[in-house]
Design a protein around this ligand. Structure first.
Ligand code: NAD
Length: 695
């Protein structure tokens, strides 16, 4: 909302909309609205249309309310995201309703109004749409309107900006009672086009989908323009108290602090971090008013359900060690505050206290870190706090910003209906909350491993020297598992500085590390007389020194993070079994195996487990098997290259081929808690080969 903020653009396309059914037009409108986060935040708000449809039982024309169902996001939802309910049955609910004390019970009755056996659960906001006498209703959470709704004089400001076109209703938790209030308001103000809900958001309506959409945009744009006028020439948040550090420095400090925070808040449930140092965040965290505004808490229910009422501000004057030294006390003080809030506000039937740790951590000059059970939740919490910052900037610039009353906030946070929603969430996957760093992640085995770990809910950083392959692997895995969980870092594992930087990048992306899969590799074969020093050094550099460098970095991190750790080396059958004509490779692989055993000894006291997987003859997907190695192996066995796969299968005890997924399965076992009591082990995945039996 600085001068000349870009206004929302009308993106309604008549020719597209004309070809749509009424529900499709509702979806079109919803997706258009949700595509701009200034209109509504992720998962926030809902839309509805009342549609004439044939009743499947009677064949009669009935009015059906199509309204965004429980959960979901208007920007990305599909048609199946809408609940459908008979309007006449919803009307009957009014006569059953006995008052605000039993409004929660009305939610259960919504199921009885379901039209056409639609399995999508109706949301608590259904009655907010049902009883408005308009065909099309939008309920949005635009920063610019919430900024008005979160001021002390929000009623007067609403009147000043919109006159009688938009009404105002005082704060009330969403539910049946608010639905009736909206209905009364609309009846008493037939010319109003909508209403601002204090500390919450905006309702707008219309007789057609297009009219409703355009009204929503117009009302938000007028708020944006009004703020532009009001804030022009004013300094936000009382001005700058601390200038932002340079971008690299901010990231370095984030990578230093995040594992320390994770160490303290992730003992019961592992957390994934997200770092945001966007301009809006830096302006807020570096401002004079930071402490005062942060303490007031967020205002909109959607915001604080994701961010907790308050963030934790970590004072920082340039000395990051001092921040770390003070972390125990800061985090404990936050928890004490949260427990006291719970005790002050709890009711006899309130659900048990939840995780008392902060979600949002603000560091002046550096940025914002957020932590949650998975990356998407951490990222979305950060986005919501940016919404809250925008709201505070607007509200405090024109009036006095006010957070929501503590008891009201508690009643939403610990609402029994909210608790029921949490209880319905699926059980977390076995690697949820874990971060894995996979070297050689763009190769055959590395990529299969990444896929296996992603499938179990881990966040994965692919580290590779091959930029093209890395980009390809990252984008394909992002497509399958979502972009939140996958990152790629360009790293040469033999380069000490590059390895250190790769870990900083990984940690700044996810907040810490739990699993290292050291897998980057090459292969070479030549008789000793023909083995050049260059070839020898290359094997030692990548396979021995490279494994040392990444392990050392991971160990340093694991020790600071105090959450244990799992290291898995991908060595080779050739690390145990000598093979003629490949001494450089075999020796380096043997060094890897012994390094793993030494590290298993060193790491045990910190809960760091180190184990090895030995593959053999994994031809499919492997770049090693594309090149010279393939020719050499075929020549040394005196067979054609196309006979190699069959040759190795026949050579194995189990007479089976080994695939990258087979190696990945063993890595998953050793990286997960399934093998919590194993360290210093070697698992051969080679379809059986007597010369590599361990003893
Ligand atoms: P691959 O060539 O498909 O993958 C290896 C990856 O490591 C490649 O993406 C490559 O770019 C990367 N890499 C190479 N040098 C690097 C460096 N300096 N820094 C960062 N990344 C580097 O091969 P693969 O078959 O998937 O092999 C993975 C591991 O498994 C290797 O350590 C290999 O020795 C071992 N291994 C493979 C087989 C097999 O038959 N495929 C058998 C035994 C052991």
């Amino acid at each position: 909302m600085s001068a000349a903020t870009k206004l929302l653009e009308n993106r309604w396309d008549d020719s597209r909309a004309a070809a749509m059914s009424e529900p499709e037009r509702l979806l079109y409108r919803s997706n258009l609205l949700g595509s701009d986060k200034r209109i509504t935040n992720y998962g926030g708000g809902n839309t509805s249309t009342k549609v004439q449809q044939k009743d499947p039982l009677t064949g009669d024309e009935v009015t059906v309310l199509w309204v965004k169902g429980s959960g979901g996001d208007v920007g990305t939802m599909k048609l199946d995201g809408f609940a459908t309910l008979y309007m006449d049955k919803l009307e009957q609910l009014r006569s059953i309703y006995r008052g605000v004390e039993q409004e929660d019970a009305m939610v259960g009755l919504l199921n009885h109004c379901t039209f056409d056996l639609n399995p999508r659960a109706a949301s608590i906001d259904t009655s907010l749409h049902a009883y408005l006498p308009y065909r099309h209703v939008d309920h949005m959470h635009p920063d610019a309107v919430i900024a008005i709704a979160a001021t002390r004089r929000s009623r007067e400001l609403t009147q000043e900006i919109y006159g009688d076109e938009i009404g105002w209703l005082g704060w009330r938790r969403p539910g049946f009672e608010l639905g009736l209030e909206l209905s009364r308001f609309a009846a008493e103000h037939p010319n109003a086009k909508g209403v601002v809900l204090e500390s919450h958001g905006l309702f707008t309506w219309g007789d057609t989908a297009k009219e409703c959409y355009e009204t929503t945009l117009d009302i938000i744009n007028r708020a944006i323009e009004w703020f532009d006028g009001q804030l022009a020439g004013k300094t936000a948040f009382g001005g700058e108290a601390r200038a932002p550090l340079a971008p690299d420095e901010r990231r370095r400090i984030a990578a230093r602090l995040m594992p320390e925070i994770r160490a303290r808040i992730g003992q019961d449930e592992r957390k994934i971090g997200h770092f945001d140092d966007s301009d809006a965040v830096l302006q807020f965290v570096g401002s004079h008013d930071l402490d005062a505004l942060a303490a007031l808490g967020t205002s909109c229910p959607d915001h604080f359900l994701r961010t907790k009422i308050r963030p934790l501000v970590l004072p920082f004057d340039g000395d990051v060690d001092a921040v770390v030294a003070g972390l125990d006390a800061s985090i404990e003080a936050y928890r004490d505050g949260y427990r006291a809030y719970y005790e002050r506000c709890r009711h006899d039937n309130s659900p048990a206290i939840r995780d008392p740790n902060a979600v949002i951590y603000l560091v002046p000059g550096v940025g914002m870190m957020s932590f949650a059970k998975d990356k998407a939740t951490a990222r979305i919490a950060a986005e919501f706090y940016v919404n809250a910052i925008n709201v505070m900037r607007g509200a405090s610039g024109v009036d006095v910003y006010q957070g929501l009353d503590e008891q009201e906030a508690f009643d939403i946070e610990y609402w029994l209906l909210e608790e029921a929603k949490l209880q319905r969430m699926p059980k977390p996957k076995s690697l949820a909350g874990r971060v894995a760093f996979v070297t050689g992640g763009a190769g055959g085995i590395g990529r299969a491993t990444a896929e296996r770990l992603l499938r179990e809910g881990a966040c994965v950083v692919l580290a590779d020297i091959d930029e093209g392959a890395l980009d390809g692997a990252k984008s394909e895995l992002s497509k399958s598992f979502g972009a939140d969980q996958v990152r790629g870092v360009l790293v040469n594992v033999t380069d000490e500085a590059a390895v250190a930087k790769g870990f900083v990048d990984a940690v700044a992306e996810f907040g810490g590390l739990d699993i290292l899969v050291s897998n980057a590799g090459i292969a070479s074969a030549s008789p000793i007389e023909d083995t050049t020093l260059e070839v020898w050094n290359r094997n030692i550099d990548i396979l021995a020194t490279g494994y040392f460098l990444v392990s050392r970095e991971a160990f340093r991190l694991f020790r600071r993070q105090k959450l244990g750790g799992a290291v898995v080396f991908i060595a080779s059958k050739n690390g145990l079994a000598a093979s003629a004509g490949a001494s450089a490779y075999c020796t380096a692989k043997a060094a890897e195996i012994h390094l793993a055993r030494c590290l298993a000894l060193e790491g045990a006291d910190a809960g760091i487990r180190v184990n090895t997987v030995n593959p053999d003859a994994v031809l499919r997907g492997s770049k090693i098997w594309n090149g010279e190695w393939r020719e050499q192996r075929a020549a040394s066995s005196k067979i054609g290259e196309d006979q190699l796969e069959e040759h190795y299968r026949a050579r194995s005890l189990l007479k089976r081929s080994v695939f990258p997924e087979d190696i990945a399965e063993a890595v998953y076992f050793l990286a997960s808690d399934l093998s919590a009591k194993s360290t210093g082990n070697i698992v051969n995945v080679d379809a059986g080969n007597q010369i590599s039996f361990t003893r």
